[in-house]
Design a protein around this ligand. Structure first.
Ligand code: UDP
Length: 318
């Protein structure tokens, strides 16, 4: 099958490309950033990179016309962007998504939209099942712009579906693995990783009791691919993640233990890292039953195993 992945040169996109190529599909990626994460795939006879963005509607149109499924992964992601450049987050995530859906609708192509656990905000009722409420803070807190941008994307998906477009939504929960981000930026695992590899203290915000459900990338892309390749998922939303909860303090301890690093733990105030335009989420846990039952996902990679592979990869790159 011919498949387009927008943002295919990103972390999840690069792993999804790898999986779909291994399944004998032909993969086009639309990627405005660097291609370092897919450099091992360049030259593959069924892989093509187009260095452009979902904001370029002509290129997008010509690519969508050639494929059967579109995995729309292109987005501006990462807390540093939510608080540093909310305009870009909203513009790409809302208008870019609209461009993708418009083109897909024109040619009747199936879309998988990559959304996020952030859409639930800080809903205190856990675990979150797919139809649960979104509980967010004030628009003065930039952090919520990402959640809102993805929720608008989801609404656009359902609006287009009412017009006849087949769409499936996947909501990712703290996906990690090789190629996640550059060291020291992006998400907690790459921030800790940079500190770990230099033997510096790991900066745990607050008391470190806040939790996340860290999900290994190969599990996430298998679920995503299946969401696209199984037409019966049309109209569904899927939480993509493990329901095993880990506190940030335990994550720090585990990373130190696995790596054998001499790093210690340093507790820091949230404002020191993100300023005042940020609000942390205390716990984040998916109800993952639908993913297991309808996307054919069995046991997930345990955190210890996934972290060991991730640490090994970052070490080999350093
Ligand atoms: N965090 C931390 N130390 C840091 C950066 C982040 O303890 O140097 C915490 C942050 O407060 C949050 C968790 O790590 O509770 C996960 O943050 P991340 O940026 O990976 O993304 P989130 O899951 O909040 O979207």
């Amino acid at each position: 099958m011919k498949i387009l992945i927008t943002g295919g040169g990103g972390f999840i996109g690069s792993h999804l490309s790898e999986l779909l190529l291994a399944q004998d599909h032909e993969v086009f990626i639309l990627e405005p950033g660097g291609t370092a994460k897919v450099r091992h795939l360049i030259g593959h006879p069924r892989f093509r990179v187009v260095r452009d963005s979902v904001m370029n509607v002509e290129i997008l149109d010509s690519l969508v016309a050639q494929v059967e499924i579109v995995f729309h992964l292109a987005a501006v992601v990462g807390v540093e962007h939510y608080v540093g450049d909310p305009y870009e987050v909203l513009n790409v995530n809302v208008n870019g998504t609209q461009n993708v859906l418009k083109a897909a609708f024109k040619y009747g192509r199936r879309v998988v939209f990559s959304s996020t656990s952030e859409v639930y905000g800080r809903n205190p009722k856990l675990p979150w099942s797919e139809d649960d409420d979104r509980v967010l803070g004030s628009t003065r807190i930039d952090r919520w712009c990402y959640s809102t941008s993805k929720a608008v994307g989801e609404h656009f998906c359902f609006a287009y579906r009412k017009l006849g477009l087949p769409v499936t939504i996947v909501r990712f929960f703290n996906i990690y693995g090789p190629r996640l981000d550059k060291l020291d930026v992006g998400r907690i695992i790459t921030i800790f990783m940079g500190q770990l590899l230099r033997g510096e203290p790991l900066t745990v915000i607050g008391d470190g009791k806040q939790t996340r459900c860290f999900t290994y990338v190969t599990d996430a892309v298998t679920a995503t691919a299946n969401a696209g390749l199984r037409p019966e998922t049309d109209g569904a939303i899927f939480n993509i993640g493990t329901d095993v909860e880990t506190s940030i303090l335990d994550l720090a301890k585990l990373m130190i233990e696995i790596s054998g690093s001499s790093s210690t733990i340093k507790f820091v105030r949230q404002e020191e890292v993100y300023g005042s335009s940020y609000e942390d989420i205390g716990r984040r846990v998916p109800d993952a039953r639908r993913m297991h039952e309808r996307l054919g996902i069995g046991e997930l990679v345990p955190l210890r195993e996934g972290l060991a592979k991730t640490i090994e990869w970052f070490r080999s790159e350093a």
